[in-house]
Design a protein around this ligand. Sequence first.
Ligand SMILES: NC(=O)c1ccc[n+]([C@@H]2O[C@H](COP(=O)([O-])OP(=O)(O)OC[C@H]3O[C@@H](n4cnc5c(N)ncnc54)[C@H](O)[C@@H]3O)[C@@H](O)[C@H]2O)c1
Ligand SMILES: [Zn+2]
Length: 342
Amino acid sequence: MKEIIEVRRSDGSFSKVVVGDVLNELADFLPDRRVVIITDANVHRRYMNIIDRHDHIVIGMGETNKTLLTVDKIYHELIELNVDRECFILGFGGGIVTDITGFVASTYMRGLRFGFIASTLLAQVDASVGGKNGVNVEGYKNMVGTFNQPDFVLCDTSLLATLPDREFRAGMAEIIKAGAIADPALFALFEHHTMEEFRKEKALLTQAVTGAIRVKAAIVATDEQEHGERRKLNLGHTFAHAIEKSSSSFLHGEAVAIGLCMITHLAVRLGTLSEEDARRITSVIASAGLPVDSGVDIKRLLKALRLDKKRDTESINLVVPTGIGSCDIRRMTFEALDATIL
Ligand SMILES: NC(=O)c1ccc[n+]([C@@H]2O[C@H](COP(=O)([O-])OP(=O)(O)OC[C@H]3O[C@@H](n4cnc5c(N)ncnc54)[C@H](O)[C@@H]3O)[C@@H](O)[C@H]2O)c1
Ligand SMILES: [Zn+2]
C-alpha cells in the first residue's frame, strides 16, 4: 500500500511525499548519482543494513546537536568525502536529522539535491514535509535556516514500530493538530480509535499520517514561505514554544498537545470556539494519553512568549480554532492576551 502526496514548490515543481511500504524500494527513489546519507547514531544502529551501503555521516542525538557546530562538522566531513554538486544527500532520521540535512544540503556548495527518509512519526507528519529547515542559535529555536523542499520524503510506517510509545504519542499530537486546523474527518479518527489501534493497524496509521501530510501540503502549496496562511500550521505552537522554553519535561509533541488545550480555552474566551468543540479537542488529547496541562505558572508562560526573538514586543500572531477543522489568525497585543487569560 502506498499513498503519494505532491507538495507544490514556489517554482511550480513538486516535492513528492510517499507514505507506505517504501523502504524496500529505496533504490527506485534514489537518483542515478552518488548518495551520501546523514543520520543519527540511534537510526544508524537500527538501519545499518541500508545506511552502510552508502557513504554516511552520523550526528549526535537530541536538540542540543541542532546547531551550527554540527553543521560545520558535517561540511568538513562532506569535504573529506569529496562530495560535490553532483552528489545527492539523503537525510535518514527524525526531525533533528531532517532539519539539519535540509540546511546542509541547501547551503553546502550553494545547494545539492536532497531527500529524506523520515523515521519518527513527528518527522513523517510534520518536520520532513514543507521545506523548512535550520538549526538553533544561542538556544533560540530554528533561528538560521532556509525554505527548500526535498525532492522526496519517504514515510514508511513500518519504521515507527521501534519508536518508543512516548515519541509515538508526541507525533500523534501533530496529527490531531492537523485535523483541528483543516480536516474534521481526520480529527474524528481520534474520537473513534485508541492509540493502541493506531499502533497496531497499519492501514489506520497510514490513513492518519497521509491525512496530516495532505493538510500540510495544501497549506504549504498556497504559502510556502509563511507570509500568511502557513501560520495556521502553528496552531497550539505559540504556547508550546513558551512551554518548551520554561520546562524541559516535555517532548515537542507533548508541548503541542498542551498548547492546543491552552489555545482552545483561549478561543472559547475570545468567543471564536464553542464550548462543545473545545470539549472535543481537549478530550481527544487526553484520551491519546497526552498531557493537557504543563504545570508551569501561566504568568511565567506569558513572559516566555514575550521573550521570543522572532517577533516584535507589542503583539503576537495567534492561531485560534474556530471549529473542528477550521482556524483563524488573530493579531493580539500582549496586553489584550494577558487581560483575556489572567
Ligand atoms: N522543519 C519543520 O517544519 C519542523 C516541524 C516540526 C518539528 N521540527 C523539528 O523536529 C525536531 C524533532 O523531531 P523528532 O521528534 O523526530 O526528534 P528526533 O529527531 O530527536 O528523534 C527522536 C528520537 O527518536 C530516535 N529515532 C528516530 N527514528 C527512530 C526509529 N525509527 N525507531 C526508534 N527511534 C528512532 C532518534 O534517534 C531520537 O533519539 C525538532 O528539532 C523540531 O524543531 C521541524
Ligand atoms: Zn510542531
